[in-house]
Ligand binder design. Structure first.
Ligand SMILES: [Zn+2]
Length: 939
């Protein structure tokens, strides 16, 4: 199932328990009960939720793994999915959930294991029954043990070249040798090879006791009904005493030295990371004293540590926070370094420790704690409540970690903080409790971490280097954050479907007033269309740099706004730039005016250099990411007539200067068309004013919307097959096949989606579960402009792409028969789940504004497109859909993309697209829009 949750060092902020989303609200009602077998249960009923969901937290995790069976807790998590006495058929659990529009997953953390699912309301009783059997009658059939070990191993293989995982494991390996966290918790085929059936069963018997488990269920159904469902299904988990276990709070021995770990990354990362072992925060987690450390140190405003490091040219980013689990805690700081910062890492480290010293010298910054409390309360009242698995995972974990009473209120609970708790915490922020990691290409290394092969060196510097950290002082001007002026002290409340308010050569403006959520919030979207934004790598690079640069410059004043629940972003796209501002009405217009003014404001040369460097690193590192992501980007070059890939951005980023950027901005804003949508708690006059603010700040000549960029998409001739082959940059192979199904009118689109959903499980089960080709296996449908596609994708570390292709094609060839023989009841269930998906309620003003913006400008102003799709789904007949599967698979109008691992054996057949430019010239591309505006088209 999903990889283990990243521990504190890499989570960057607070631990899962402290960040657990809030679930308190007037409309959501709760009931807590303890069954006779000791199982603790939280039930939540909410008439507004779109799906039912449940989660079981078990109070055992990887830290309880025996030394000679590392990964055992994770392996057991996988084995429990196989089958049980009541439902002996393999995979029937996930098939049942998928057929009812749901899914399931699980993860093994250090101190607990969480299982969860989500499903349509009607299917909840059976889903709960199947779920309960995990814990009542699992067969743990050892005939499948090797297969599951292989799944665990391929999960690990997927992580081996990922720097996040590598650093996490390296950190663990440096903890006290006798601490259970110093282990390899994912497991692989080596660590699990000798695990005996008795060991696995004994582990289950020891810890999977109802009194060591908490269940959470959230549904539209009433509490009485939920209680009856749960009592009946979960009473059968046999009672018994769980084996007691715990972990020591001390993760690191105190050493009076600077412990420097130099690490060679895979990607071109430059980071300084500080890991500090702090006293266990769990006993007073509900008073949240630790939140102020992250708030203070992670501040990005004026006078912050990051602002100072940027001025020195040493850093581009900084994050900090405390985290942990029931047994132990840590505090971590991650600084993104510039090349100069790598050379001067000692200065950066000293400044970080100087900040710790400042925290120790200053009184408890109670105003920061109050701000966190106010924001949590506002969030609880006005933000959309979490749903589905997100909601129940938090409920079950919180019930396990903090008790049934507070389970739904952990995020909003701010118990009166005790000063001695805070003092004890900041007293620990000393170099003797810390590990300092310097992560950069070319650092000195002399050894390898055994499970991931991470190259590193470890050095203990005593004497002066250590004393300098201990006594470090911050320069004048760096201080704790000032009180935040954007946090609202009072808020006031003011036609539902947007109306067209303005349409002239320079502006198209839609406006809608929220009548549903009744929150004092607005969401403003303005897309600045400009033909100069894209078209060449240079233009694309400069547009991106400009957007990133503006975001960077805005950071110092927008950071407090962000903390106060306002958000703003400026995103580059092929068409131009999209500016959004969302949050409390009172402050949103102030923020919009500040951002608009900055559009034409001065460009800071140092910010430019930081942004350029970051963009360059990102583009250079892109090929080293997941192989399927890289292949999809290469594929886009064929499929979209004008597309710029990250590879092509590299030279453009290398050459870009501040003068280029300034000239590009002049060109970008010479002629523009604004596409705007303002929605929420505002009047039509407010909406006009918002657009006027941007219009005046830009001062552009008006441009008709039709003169802006439209993507043109490849349309293959019927029966045409294109085979594209390349060598990748990682150890992964990848295959992607895109079948072009036909024009993307509403009926074809719905048929393709139905096919995608019906066949997803068959493809996945065959390719991933049975043939074990790799961890990432995907199939589905999508439309790009007026071209509808079915897509199949496999990424593999073990099978070469031609082999993947042969196996995938054999599987795909069997799909038409499989679809034709689908029982009508199952066809109906899939149709129904697609209809249910479309009926999902939008949960906030911002979500609704995003939906309306898309409908206004990408769906021809058809705000009722969802109803059109539902009508088309209702009208589909199984026979016509079956015919479409058959025509598609047999017609072979398709693109086959193959990516082989770096340095692997060459392809045996010649490449079909040796020259991409020539290919694009010779083919037909269409800019036709998909069928959204024509609800009455004939068939
Ligand atoms: Zn797993």
């Amino acid at each position: 199932m999903t990889p283990l949750r990243a521990p504190a060092l890499l989570a960057l902020a607070l631990s899962c328990c402290l960040l657990a989303p809030s679930a308190t609200a007037a409309e959501r009602s709760y009931r807590k009960l303890t069954l006779e077998n000791g199982l603790r249960v939280v039930l939540a009923s909410d008439p507004e939720v779109n799906e039912s969901a449940a989660s079981m937290a078990v109070g055992v995790g990887a830290n309880a793994d025996p030394e000679d069976a590392q990964g055992l807790a994770h392996f057991l998590e996988h084995m429990l999915f196989l089958a049980n006495e009541k439902y002996p058929e393999l995979n029937s659990y996930s098939e049942f959930l998928q057929a009812h529009g749901g899914f399931s997953n699980a993860y093994t953390a250090q101190d607990l294991t969480n299982f969860h699912f989500q499903v349509g309301h009607d299917a909840l009783p059976e889903a709960l029954d199947r779920f309960a059997q995990f814990f009542i009658s699992p067969t743990l059939d050892y005939a499948y043990a090797q297969r599951e070990v292989a799944a665990v191993n391929s999960e690990h293989q997927k992580n081996t070249m990922d720097d996040t995982w590598r650093l996490m494991q390296l950190t663990r390996s440096l903890l006290r040798p006798d601490h259970p966290a110093n282990a390899f918790s994912t497991g692989n085929s080596e660590t699990l090879a000798k695990v005996k059936e008795e060991t696995l069963r004994a582990f289950f018997q020891a810890y999977y006791k109802p009194s060591n488990m908490t269940l959470a269920v959230l549904s539209r159904r009433g509490l009485d009904e939920l209680e009856a469902l749960v009592r009946e299904r979960f009473a059968g988990i046999p009672a018994g005493e769980p084996k007691p276990w715990s972990c020591p709070a001390d993760q690191l021995d105190e050493v009076e030295a600077l412990r420097l770990i130099q690490v060679e990354p895979i990607k071109d990362l430059r980071q300084l990371r500080i890991f500090v072992d702090i006293p266990n925060q769990h006993p007073h987690a509900l008073s949240k004293v630790a939140t102020v450390v992250g708030m203070a140190m992670g501040d990005e405003g004026k006078g912050s540590l990051l602002s100072h490091l940027k001025k020195l040219g040493l850093a581009t980013s900084l994050s900090a926070g405390a985290g942990g689990n029931r047994f132990y805690s840590s505090c971590s700081v991650t600084v993104g370094l510039t090349p100069a910062g790598v050379k001067r890492w000692r200065e950066v480290a000293e400044l970080c420790f100087a900040y710790f010293n400042l925290l120790r010298e200053q009184p408890f910054p109670r105003y920061l704690w109050e701000e966190a409390k106010t924001l949590a309360e506002l969030d609880d009242r006005y933000s959309p409540k979490p749903e589905g698995t997100n909601a129940v995972i938090a409920l079950a974990n919180n019930a396990l970690s903090f008790g049934l009473d507070v389970a739904e209120r952990v995020a909003v609970t701010f118990q009166e903080p005790k000063l001695e708790d805070y003092r004890e915490l900041v007293a620990a922020l000393e170099p003797k409790n810390a590990l300092v990691f310097l992560v950069a290409k070319g650092v000195e290394t002399d050894r390898s971490e055994p499970y991931y092969g991470t190259r590193y060196s470890l050095r203990e510097e005593k004497g002066e280097a250590y004393e300098r950290l201990r006594e470090a002082k911050l320069p004048e001007g760096v201080r704790l954050p000032a009180p935040n002026p954007f946090i609202p002290k009072h808020t006031r409340l003011v036609p539902e479907q947007p109306v067209l308010l303005r349409q002239d050569p320079g502006v198209t403006l839609y406006y809608g007033q929220d009548l549903e959520f009744r929150r004092p919030k607005v969401s403003l979207h303005v897309r600045i269309l400009s033909p100069a934004a894209y078209g060449t790598p240079r233009a694309a690079a400069l547009t991106r740099l400009y957007a990133a640069m503006l975001q960077e410059q805005l950071n110092e004043f927008s950071y407090p706004a962000l903390v106060a629940g306002l958000s703003t972003s400026l995103q580059p796209s092929r068409k131009g730039l999209v500016l959004t501002v969302s949050g409390y009405s009172e402050s949103a217009f102030t923020l919009l005016a500040m951002v608009a003014k900055a559009l034409r404001g001065p460009l800071d040369p140092e910010a430019f250099e930081r942004v350029r460097l970051r963009a360059l690193d990102g583009a250079k590192n892109f090929p080293l990411g997941q192989a399927y992501g890289y292949l999809s980007e290469l594929a886009r070059k064929l499929v979209v007539r004008v597309h710029v890939t990250p590879d092509e951005l590299v030279p453009a980023y290398e050459a870009a200067t501040l003068e280029d950027l300034d000239r590009h901005r002049t060109a970008l804003f010479a002629k523009t068309h604004l596409q705007a949508l303002c929605y929420g708690n505002l009047t039509a006059a407010d909406a006009r004013r918002a657009v006027k603010i941007v219009e005046e700040a830009l001062g552009s000549e008006p441009l008709p919307a039709s003169a802006a960029y439209e993507a043109e998409v490849l349309r293959l001739a019927p029966g045409e097959e294109v085979v594209f082959q390349r060598e990748g940059h990682t150890d992964q192979n990848c295959l992607r096949i895109d079948y072009q199904v036909g024009p993307s009118d509403v009926r074809t689109r719905m048929s393709a989606e139905l096919i995608g959903r019906a066949l997803r499980n068959a493809f996945y089960t065959e390719m991933r579960t049975k043939q074990k080709l790799g961890y990432i296996v995907f199939s589905g449908s999508y439309n790009r402009k007026n071209v509808q596609n079915l897509v199949f994708l496999i990424q593999s570390g073990t099978h070469d792409p031609e082999d993947l292709r042969a196996r995938a094609e054999a599987c795909i060839a069997s799909l038409p028969d499989l679809f034709a023989s689908l029982p009508p009841a199952q066809f109906e269930a899939i149709r129904q789940s697609l209809i249910e998906d479309r009926k999902k309620k939008l949960k906030s003003i911002a979500e609704k504004a995003g939906f309306f913006f898309d409908a206004a400008f990408e769906k021809d102003g058809n705000f009722g497109w969802i109803e059109d799709e539902i009508a088309a789904l209702r009208a589909l007949e199984q026979k016509e859909v079956a015919r479409l599967v058959q025509e598609t698979v047999e017609g072979k109008t398709r693109l086959v993309f193959l990516l082989r691992a770096k340095g692997s054996a060459p392809f045996t057949k010649p490449d079909g697209v040796p020259d991409v430019a020539a290919f694009v010239k010779a083919h037909t591309y269409t800019a036709e829009k998909p069928g959204y505006a024509l609800p009455d088209e004939g068939h």
